[in-house]
Design a protein around this ligand. Structure first.
Ligand code: ATP
Length: 491
């Protein structure tokens, strides 16, 4: 896709979201707060539908899963032991131009080869040095070596990369920046520093014993959780793609201690398949998804293998979801274990499918968005470009819109209202009587309503209505008494 087309598509989605009440810029009446977004009446429906589908598919419909809703704020020891306080950071570099001070994430600029060279060199130092016992490499020598690598990075930037804001090549030495967002608890400022969770996963790990003791689940089993996570991202942006406050849908799937690689790989492969099936169910085409196995030197501190599921966003191929083999890293660090029915005590290993809610919303909207020139549309609406969100019916904010053909005919309005109130008990429906029927169809196409019902004079005679399908634009007559069954099969 050309740059201008990419921007056009993102602009079209952002403007549709604002105009139709899906997503508003945060704190708008006070001039906004950069990279915060509020979900409007339709956006909250779409988002909730995604979360409910995920919960149903991965928690309530499976025998080997249970759910959890843990706190956002946790004891700081959680983050010490999980490694987040020391390791959950990105490298940033700052433009030294006095008027600019643009900060960027190093991994977003470097080529994959450069990135893997630097990360490989730094990881090697960390694996050979023990900073506590100072053997076999002393911490001082290690820090000197790291400084040399930082200098090498800075030189490369000054030689090769211009600042996107001011055009200068005048970069600072790179620095590590911890992504955890801090706050303090209690009446005295700074009395007790705590961190907002940067992932929902740790809430699951620290409740492992409680869940085993209360749920009677035997390995292998998993715990699913949906909730907010916070990261002080260096470069938030691309609408809702990268924000500092976001939601995750995470599963920690606990397996017995693997005796061979095949033992964990089997579970990993099963979850890989599940993730593809989930993506398909969202209406995202499989050729828009690419798997990327994260190179060893770029793996997160807890992972032995990670696959990123990347989606072709208009601004580039970027991570939609991750699937990681977290080994026994987390439970071990929290001092937790499991005793099986034979009395064997061990630390379970973990496979983690990790999904972002907002990235799902964005990928779903992008995949569903279409502009169609409808010369002779089957619904007979005059030729114009039709904007339509071809959302899977399960995800659509409204499933059905009900129209009286004319709003000034009380008998049509009354019949339409009765149908609307009946169907609303089962599905989220809209009642729309403004403008002509053609305009109402187009309004509902744009927000993805899969079915529109029109009540006309024949309805009063025959007890049937016109049901119009969003995607085919075809219309059929259905008896009012059959509507419940008709939609139960379709939605
Ligand atoms: P990235 O490389 O894009 O920063 P990540 O590898 O740090 O992502 P994970 O730690 O694997 O992300 O988090 C799991 C999922 O949470 C991601 O696949 C993504 O869907 C979502 N996610 C992570 N960070 C953000 C963010 N800042 N804004 C929105 N969603 C996010």
């Amino acid at each position: 896709m050309k740059k201008s087309q990419e921007n056009q598509l993102m602009d079209a989605i952002t403007s549709l979201c604002k105009r139709r009440g899906f997503i508003f810029p945060g704190s708008e009446i006070y001039g906004g707060l950069a990279n915060t977004w509020d979900y409007g009446p339709l956006g909250v429906e779409l988002k909730n539908n995604i979360k409910q589908e995920w919960w149903k598919r991965f928690v309530t419909m499976r025998d080997d899963m249970v759910g959890l809703d843990s706190s956002l704020l946790m004891n700081t020891k959680v983050w010490e032991n999980s490694g987040h306080l020391s390791n959950f950071s990105d490298y940033l570099i700052e433009c030294k131009n006095n008027k600019c001070h643009n900060r960027i994430r190093i991994d977003e600029m470097l080529s994959p080869e450069e990135l893997s060279h630097f990360q490989g060199s730094i990881n090697q130092i960390f694996t050979t040095v023990d900073f506590n016992t100072k053997t076999p490499l002393t911490a001082e020598i290690a820090l000197d070596k790291i400084k040399i690598i930082h200098k090498e990075m800075q030189d490369l930037f000054n030689k090769k990369y211009k600042c996107a804001e001011c055009g200068e090549k005048n970069w600072s030495t790179p620095a590590q920046f911890n992504l955890m967002l801090k706050t303090s608890l209690g009446a005295v400022e700074g009395s007790s520093i705590v961190y907002f969770r940067p992932e929902t996963a740790q809430g699951i790990f620290i409740n492992f014993k409680n869940i085993v003791d209360t749920s009677r689940k035997k390995l292998p089993f998993g715990v699913g959780q949906i909730g907010k996570a916070f990261r002080n991202e260096i470069t938030p942006g691309n609408f809702i793609f990268r924000t500092r406050e976001f939601e995750q849908m995470e599963i920690e799937y606990f397996i017995p201690e693997p005796k061979t690689n095949a033992d964990w790989q089997g579970h990993f492969e099963a979850w890989r398949g599940e993730m593809h099936e989930w993506i398909k169910s969202l209406g995202i085409k499989s050729d828009e998804i690419h798997e990327l196995e994260v190179p060893a030197e770029e793996l997160a501190h807890y992972s032995k293998k990670t696959i990123d599921f990347e989606y072709e966003f208009p601004f580039g191929r970027k991570e939609l979801y991750g699937l990681a083999y977290r080994t026994d890293f987390d439970l071990k660090n929290h001092g937790l274990d499991y005793t099986d029915q034979e009395g064997n005590k061990f630390v379970p290993h973990v496979i983690e499918p990790s999904l972002g809610v907002e990235r799902t919303v964005l990928a779903v909207l992008l995949s569903a968005y279409a502009e169609e020139v409808d010369g002779d549309s089957p619904d007979g609406v005059a030729s114009e470009t039709r904007v339509v969100l071809k959302l899977p019916a399960k995800l659509a904010p409204f499933k059905i819109a009900v129209f009286p053909l004319l709003k000034n005919k009380p008998e049509l309005v009354a019949a339409a209202e009765e149908i609307y109130h009946t169907l609303k008990r089962s599905w989220n429906c809209d009642f729309d009587d403004s403008g002509n029927v053609g305009k109402r169809y187009r309004r509902h196409d744009e927000i993805g309503t899969p079915y529109c019902i029109t009540v006309d004079f024949d309805t009063l005679e025959n007890g049937d209505v016109t049901v119009r399908d969003r995607d085919t634009m075809k219309q059929e007559r259905i008896k009012i008494t059959d509507l419940q069954n008709y939609f139960s099969e379709k939605i």
